[in-house]
Design a protein around this ligand. Structure first.
Ligand code: COA
Ligand code: AMP
Length: 632
């Protein structure tokens, strides 16, 4: 499809990213400091496994910390830990963050961690989580951060896949006013895992004390005893981290990020998309366990010498719906990146934003929203309430930085509500039909990206090249399949309509209905089941389970529902947020036995979907329709 966009700087840069990717990214790479500058920009000899900057040598931690200290900016604030849940705010200069990171790298080195070894980090939003990530990068060790809201079984799956030499954790996380001891969760995960790491380093927090065993080291004691370690020069193609994300099955996918391409792309995006540079105060309100946290709490702001806010709190309840405005005003935040859910939570409790009164919001220039669809109501509310541009940006764990955005630093463009604007340089975005042909403007299809993907995107799935190809590259040869459906308008603006697979998005958290189905189906009374996403006014989507009982089932519906909800929470984690289990006589299926999840989704969301022609027994769909009507 011929796509026309407004001509200008963006258009010129975008065209260059497509017609001369090597020239474009070679120029972007000069923003970083290399031990050996790359002379070769893109290696396509092993396509579809492309490698950016194959002969470059670099260290990401050096570029995030040492480089700024070396340039005389050691006194600049690198990180502000704002923690309403502990009532503390602590700032770290670049020099201080480097000192702590070098020392923790010394701890890891003392534990035998070297280039290529893995380290799993299971921590709440504390500065030590950032220090641990950067310390791994310093040594060339590969970190894998696991979000604290995942249950022990999910942590165990990741430990077994990454096989870390060391696990770094904390005695507790704090969720609102609740203290959640992490150590028992870690111990349970290590009991469930078949692989056994050598050591765990545990940060003791005053809110809960963890019992340490022989295999555990106390963070403070280890730091006191360690000598600092220097940055290790690495190949640009060496892995920096693995981040597990939900696929369509219960087995998470270990997205692998390299060092060189990642640093180049993130530095480019920070300046050109988010318009953040040295000395600017930037806040990504997410969690280090998600990709937003990796890219935009830790790496990108530090790579460009900005100040990053690390917020240990919620949009509401810590203590109220004015918390975000307090943080913005107190730290003079220039721009905030968060999920639309956070805005919906604030809007629900304080629709007129009365709690903003008294906070000086003048330094605040822009709100960026990502992680889930930005609905028009939330867009309008945020735009009116804040009086600054509200910028949707669309991307995924796999890409690490926006596929589509409005490049505020490069050329602010017209905002069209409902659209994350236009593809970023390096992303050759296509809307494809079933056969792989381009769809015309305005018509929906699968959103695919022509290979090679730009730097900073995933290089493979950890230890499983075949799964990488099968999951993303085999559906349309020569293209990466995003899993999202959508269309482009006549101006080339992208509209993302939602996932075309079993991935769902709950409060900006990515989860898999397939993984939940595995847990539900394992219940002894369940003959078969389907878990689908239904609309939720706060969280965007929530899961809903439909189960068919075995003839031998012994429990009543209420008891069964409670057991299934408990089991999903226990095995996947509280963030799965499954609260609704409906017992049905049968599930609608095609004649070949495939469960008609799409039709169920339409029904549960209140659409009067006609029975598909391929359905085995239309009466089943009708009875489901009646059951759902009765409930509402
Ligand atoms: N460790 C342990 N438990 C966690 C956790 C963590 N890091 N994060 C969440 N949980 C738990 C919560 O305590 C809650 O448990 P509960 O069922 O016992 O109450 C459950 O997981 C669901 O959490 P959450 O999805 O956060 O829902 P909530 O109702 O507590 O809060 C919002 C709703 C909208 C305030 C919250 O989802 C939010 O802040 N969203 C912002 C979106 C965001 O940051 N997305 C990240 C990607 S950009
Ligand atoms: P994650 O990997 O957790 O970042 O989730 C990625 C998925 O979230 C995408 O594939 C989309 O389905 C959804 N998503 C993220 N950002 C947006 C957005 N701005 N608009 C619509 N959907 C989004």
């Amino acid at each position: 499809m011929e796509v026309t966009t407004q001509m200008g700087v963006y258009s010129e840069q975008y065209q260059r990213g497509i017609s001369d990717p090597e020239g474009f990214w070679a120029a972007a790479a000069t923003a970083l400091t290399w031990y050996e500058e790359p002379s070769h920009i893109l290696d396509d000899t092993r396509a579809p496994f492309y490698r950016w900057f194959p002969d470059g040598r670099i260290n990401t931690c050096f570029n995030a910390l040492d480089r700024h200290v070396g340039a005389g900016h050691g006194d600049r604030t690198a990180l502000i830990h704002d923690s309403p849940v502990t009532g503390t705010t602590t700032s770290y200069t670049y020099a201080e963050l480097r000192r702590l990171t070098a020392r923790f790298a010394g701890v890891l080195r003392g534990l035998g961690v070297a280039r290529g070894d893995r380290v799993v980090i299971y921590m709440p939003m504390v500065p030590e989580a950032v220090v641990a990530m950067l310390a791994c990068a310093r040594l060339g060790a590969v970190h894998s951060v696991v979000f604290g809201g995942f249950a022990p079984r999910e942590l165990a799956l990741r430990i077994d896949d990454a096989r870390p030499k060391v696990v770094v954790s904390a005695s507790c996380g704090i969720e609102g006013s609740r203290v959640i001891p992490y150590k028992p969760l870690l111990d349970e995960a290590l009991r469930l895992a078949t692989y056994s790491p050598d050591t765990s380093v545990i940060l003791q927090r005053p809110e809960a004390h963890a019992e340490l065993s022989e295999r555990d080291l106390d963070w403070d004691e280890a730091m006191a005893a360690a000598a600092p370690a220097d940055c290790v020069p690495l190949a640009a193609t060496d892995p920096l981290y693995i981040l597990y994300t939900s696929g369509t099955t219960g087995r998470p996918k270990g997205v692998v990020r390299d060092n060189g391409g990642h640093a180049v792309a993130l530095a480019w995006s920070m300046a050109n998309i988010y318009d953040i540079g040295p000395g600017d105060v930037w806040w990504a309100a997410s969690d280090v366990g998600w990709v937003v946290g990796h890219s935009y709490i830790v790496y990108a702001p530090l790579l460009v010498g900005a100040t990053s806010v690390l917020y240990e709190g919620k949009p509401v309840g810590t203590p109220d719906a004015g918390a975000f405005w307090r943080v913005v005003a107190e730290h003079r935040v220039k721009a905030l990146l968060t999920a639309p859910t956070a805005m919906r939570a604030i809007k629900k409790l304080d629709p007129a934003a009365e709690l903003m009164a008294g906070y000086d919001m003048t330094p605040f220039r822009c709100l960026f929203l990502a992680g889930e669809r930005l609905d028009p109501d939330t867009y309008d509310w945020a735009r009116t309430t804040l009086g600054v541009p509200v910028i949707d940006n669309w991307w995924q764990t796999e890409t690490g930085w926006p596929i589509a955005a409005n490049p505020r630093g490069l050329e602010p463009m017209e905002v069209k509500p409902g659209s994350p604007s236009v593809p970023m340089p390096g992303y050759d975005l296509r809307i494809l039909d079933f056969e792989g042909h381009d769809r015309p403007a305005g018509e929906e299809g699968a959103i695919a990206l022509r290979l090679p993907l730009p730097p900073g995107t995933l290089t493979t799935l950890w230890g499983d090249d075949d799964r990488y190809v099968d999951s993303y590259l085999s559906r349309y040869p020569g293209f990466y399949l995003t899993g999202d459906g959508g269309y482009r308008d006549e101006d080339g603006y992208v509209f993302v309509m939602g996932r075309m697979d079993d991935v769902i998005n709950i409060a900006g958290h990515r989860l898999s209905t397939g993984a939940m189905e595995e847990v539900v189906a394992a219940h002894p009374d369940v003959a078969e089941c389907a878990v689908i996403a239904v609309y939720d006014a706060l969280k965007g989507q929530v899961p809903r389970a439909f189960v068919v009982l075995k003839a031998t089932a012994v429990r009543d519906a209420g008891e069964l529902e409670a057991e299934i909800i408990h089991e999903v929470r226990d095995r996947i984690g509280p963030i799965a947020a499954l609260r609704d289990v409906t017992v049905v006589a049968a599930l609608p299926k095609t004649r070949s036995g495939k469960i008609l999840r799409a039709s169920m989704r339409s029904l549960a969301n209140g659409d009067d979907a006609p029975a598909p022609a391929t359905i085995d027994d239309p009466a089943v769909l009708e009875s489901l329709r009646l059951a759902l009507r009765k409930e509402n």
